[in-house]
Design a protein around this ligand. Sequence first.
Ligand code: 0WD
Length: 257
Amino acid sequence: MMKFMLKNKVGMIFGVANKRSIAWACAEACLNQGAKLAFTYQGERLKENVEKLTKDLPETLVVPCDVTNQQEVDAAFAAVGEKYGRLDFVVHSIAFAPREALEGEFLTTTREAFLTAMEISTFSLTQVSLAAMPLMKDGGSIVTMSYYGAEKVVMNYNVMGVAKAALEASTRYLAADLGRHNIRVNAISAGPINTLSARGVKNMGTLLNYVGEKSPLKRNVEAREVGNTALFLVSDLSTAITGETIYVDCGYNIMGI
Ligand code: 0WD
């Protein structure tokens, strides 16, 4: 078995809000394989959380990066360039839609909620990929997080489902553009996990129970399992995989009636 698959590799992790975040599970999996990681946080409210989680890690960088602020994005990548001189992978694990858009009918989604969801949850992948490209001198791997609501209607998921559909399409277009630089771009379609963001979706508990019963494996996904798949996608085990959406959902998506 390969030990330290990510030795000498530098990664950037977007979307750690707390220890339950999928981004943190991805970080743990990568750290176990010897990666050096830079973490970004959105706004002062999350700074302390991220600093606490990462305080004992060697060669770590913690930088602010609200993706709605282009200057912060530029500064975050500049800081990574300055500290490590390179970048090998990015885990993009961020999304947002106003709470009122995540309940009731999709039909009544406001222009503002629609644009916000698309900016933070979808456009940010393109934004981050463009900024990462010059630092990925020896190629690289970019991984984003999607959900089944991108392709089938999931109650209350609404505008976020539309944003995830566009995210999966973005993954393919970015993979096509970045392939000649040996940069791969893939999405993980994760089953529901009880995180801070998930609690913003109304009746998340019902969804978790439903998937736990209907999925072939008869259980829900653990963040750790998503982290391990992210590790696979950023490692040299997956060098011919790009533009894909890979399900980490205990098989839920294959089921019909
Ligand atoms: O069931 C789930 N939890 C699933 C989540 C199933 C399938 C996919 N996902 C996706 C989410 O849609 C998201 O893209 O995984 C990704 C990570 O979500 P998470 O780990 O479930 O949620 P959380 O721990 O809350 O992290 C998302 C973070 C934000 O946290 P909060 O909850 O404070 O909004 O995204 C970040 C922020 O840290 N974020 C931003 N980062 C930069 N700029 C911004 C922003 N403007 N807005 C939110």
